[in-house]
Design a binder for this molecule. Structure first.
Ligand SMILES: [Zn+2]
Length: 280
């Protein structure tokens, strides 16, 4: 399931009668976590689909158009991308929730504008970045903070940094207000374009493509350097970037004190290269 689902947008989701928010078509699956007989699917916007299989439940993976080996009436969850259908039959329990929902509760501060809404006031996000976010906060983390703006997700945070040539080590305090405006605008535009293109099934996702996300080991379209990936220690998410052209506001260069190592170990850990056909 990991090699079929991770790093690819979901074109159709049916969670049946599950409680919780509905996963959005067009969002990219970032993780498939398995603990015993429980399996979680995690999308890039932090939505988690939790399935408890117990004795009778099972996940099947089918090629598009392939005949299912269990009857329709046993289907609890169905996830579809352009090539694969993952079906959960007879799950004992299915629910969806947002990862870290308790931390993201409005009680811990007002939430930012939802970038998937075309009428959202993006200047509110810029004001939060410029005024309320601590200057040493990494820009990449701030883009994912729902108090700055909602609906971004790891995929488009990575893409927006690449588009603006901004280093993943950039800190909010390093950037001028005009740079923050550019970054917020392009982040929102990327999210909206991709969601719009992914909505009609026939268009799929490929027409837009991605520049860095899940492209580790491949050449950057802009500078031909090889794209890298690391896992961010703080949140466990994968960070993709081009070391060749994402050099703006690189805090390692701006800092007066020399860095302790080539890469700040407290932030990133190495990801082993995948074996087989896995895309991440
Ligand atoms: Zn590059």
């Amino acid at each position: 399931m990991r090699s079929a689902l991770i790093g690819r947008p979901t074109v159709r989701v049916d969670t049946g009668s599950a409680h919780g928010p509905t996963p959005q078509p067009g969002r990219v699956i970032e993780r498939v976590d398995c603990r015993g007989r429980e399996l979680d699917v995690v999308w890039d916007d932090g939505l988690v689909l939790h399935t408890a299989l117990r004795r009778s439940g099972t996940w099947h993976l089918y090629r598009m158009g392939e005949r299912w080996r269990r009857p329709q009436r046993q289907v609890g969850v169905m996830l579809e991308n352009d090539d694969w259908v993952a079906v959960c039959f007879n799950a004992a329990d299915v629910e969806t929730f947002r990862a870290g929902a308790e931390r993201r509760h409005p009680a811990s501060g007002p939430v930012g504008p939802d970038v998937t809404d075309p009428s959202a006031d993006l200047s509110a996000a810029v004001m939060t970045l410029a005024g309320r976010v601590a200057p040493h906060t990494r820009v990449r983390d701030a883009l994912l903070d729902p108090h700055v703006m909602r609906g971004v997700g790891n995929v488009f945070a990575a893409e927006a940094l690449w588009e603006n040539r901004v280093s993943p080590w950039a800190r909010v305090g390093d950037m001028a207000r005009s740079d923050l405006v550019m970054l917020v605008k392009s982040t929102a535009r990327l999210v909206r374009e991709h969601l719009a293109a992914a909505a009609p099934r026939s268009l799929g996702y490929a027409p837009l493509g991605l520049s860095v996300y899940a492209r580790n080991g491949q050449d950057c379209h802009r500078c031909a350097e090889v794209i890298e990936v690391r896992r961010v220690r703080a949140d466990g998410r994968l960070l993709y970037w081009c070391p060749g052209c994402q050099t703006r506001f690189d805090h390692r260069l701006l800092d007066d004190t020399p860095p302790a190592g080539a890469r700040p170990a407290e932030y990133l850990i190495d990801v082993p290269r995948p074996s087989g056909g896995l895309s991440i």
